[in-house]
Design a protein around this ligand. Structure first.
Ligand code: ADP
Length: 197
């Protein structure tokens, strides 16, 4: 069985909207296995580490956000690093002290499926059927007009490497459970369900 793991967090706006059960169902229906979960009100320090103040996070995030703003005709006179630095400050302010559900989900292609289930960053253009595409009126312009971080409902690791770092940051080893799901026989086994002769 492939044991890829991804870090998924149900963000504070979804906790407040009482969507936890519904959103967890999306990952369960994929057949992914929940191996760790905790409700946590993170400190500024933890969020600051989750969204690190380095170019590896700032440049792609800022570039992506600038493209999103441009596509909707919002003129932003900032470099990707400057915009991402502002976004990061907003994220630290927004997430610290507010309950969110941190989780680890495991399965084949867990990272890729996690992203696909959550949808692209801008909820306005995220595909229908994805969480961000189905549960939100949010967009770059809404976040910009309200002068706050864009509410994207759920976080999902962007790569296997990122997932490893995030899992290490949010969870202790002993909080992660190693167990089998009965349905894994169907998902990843071959000897099941034939009519007995
Ligand atoms: P994702 O959450 O899809 O991995 P990013 O890593 O690019 O996206 O951004 C992290 C989070 O920063 C987003 O989920 C969103 O909450 C916030 N964010 C991104 N771009 C903007 C923006 N232009 N304005 C406000 N908040 C933003």
């Amino acid at each position: 069985m492939v044991k890829e793991q991804t870090f998924i967090a149900i963000k504070p706006e979804s906790v407040q909207r009482q969507l936890i059960g519904e959103l967890i169902t999306r990952f369960e229906r994929r057949g992914l296995k929940l191996v760790a979960a905790k409700l946590i009100a993170p400190t500024e320090e933890l969020i600051g580490k989750h969204y690190p103040n380095d170019d590896a996070w700032l440049i792609p995030t800022g570039t992506n956000a600038l493209k999103g703003h441009e596509a909707w005709g919002n003129k932003i006179d900032l470099t990707p690093r400057e915009l991402a630095t502002q976004i990061r400050e907003g994220l630290i302010e927004y997430y610290s002290g507010r309950p969110m559900l941190a989780m680890i989900w495991e399965g084949a292609h867990a990272v890729e499926l996690g992203r696909k289930t959550v949808g692209t960053t801008n909820p306005l253009t995220a595909d229908l059927g994805s969480i961000r595409g189905d549960y939100s009126q949010e967009s770059y312009s809404v976040a910009d007009k309200l002068g706050r971080s864009m509410q994207t409902l759920v976080h999902a690791s962007g790569s296997v490497e990122e997932a490893k770092c995030e899992i290490e940051l949010w969870f202790k080893k002993e909080e992660i459970l190693d167990y089998d799901l009965v349905i894994s026989q169907i998902m990843h086994g071959t000897d099941w369900g034939k009519v007995k002769r």
